[in-house]
Design a binder for this molecule. Structure first.
Ligand code: AR6
Length: 181
């Protein structure tokens, strides 16, 4: 599914984010940038040790929740990996929505600053961090929809969902936010 605004677009797809051939792949990292499971494990496994070596060297103090940092992409088919730290879901009253929004926003700022024309996002915080999928999809897609008309880059923002059921949730939210044209 996709929605277009001039020469820019938001796309939803089902797949493994490590196989995406876009300029930037976003990682669902933790604040210590220590690696882990899920997307993080898959990205470091597929990208090789160069990514962790670089993040350790450049960001020894890690990355705060709600923010993101950028590195090279090792062996992945991308120029950069952005390591975004989404919030751990704690029931919704601990500022989770703002933190998730700022994590997505920071990724888009970094992508634009590196003149990247395409970026692939996973569903940040929706696995180990337990953020309810529909609420996370609303934050993710609203942030992208607000970004697109006000910025030249990236031209393509692709959300890569791991299976059918998160894809359906993102698709339903994107329809609700943009109409089902
Ligand atoms: N491609 C696309 N999506 C994936 C993939 C993949 N290869 N693997 C998992 N997903 P998670 P979080 C989906 O747990 O919730 C790590 O240990 C998954 O089904 O990767 O932000 C880090 O080190 C889910 O919908 O990220 C942190 O400690 C979504 O991606 C912590 O987990 C995000 O799941 C971050 O947790």
């Amino acid at each position: 599914m996709e929605r277009r605004w001039g020469n820019q677009r938001i796309e939803l797809t089902i797949g493994d984010i490590t196989e995406q051939k876009l300029d930037i792949i976003v990682n669902a990292a933790n604040s210590r940038l220590a690696g882990g499971g899920g997307v993080d494990g898959a990205i470091h496994a597929a990208g090789g040790p160069a990514i962790m070596e670089e993040t350790r060297r450049r960001y020894p103090q890690g990355c705060p929740t709600g923010s993101a940092v950028i590195s090279g992409a090792g062996k992945l088919h991308a120029q950069y990996v952005i390591h975004a730290v989404g919030p751990i879901w704690q029931g919704g009253h601990a500022g989770e929505e703002k933190l998730l929004q700022s994590a997505y926003c920071r990724c888009l700022e970094l992508a634009a600053a590196h003149d990247a024309s395409s970026v692939a996002f996973p569903a940040l915080s929706c696995g180990a961090y337990g953020y309810p999928l529909r609420r996370a999809a609303e934050v993710a897609l609203k942030t992208a929809i607000l970004w697109v008309p006000n910025h030249q880059q990236p031209k393509l923002i692709r959300f890569v969902l791991y299976s059918e059921s998160p894809y359906e949730v993102f698709a339903s939210v994107l329809e609700d936010l943009t109409g089902d044209s």
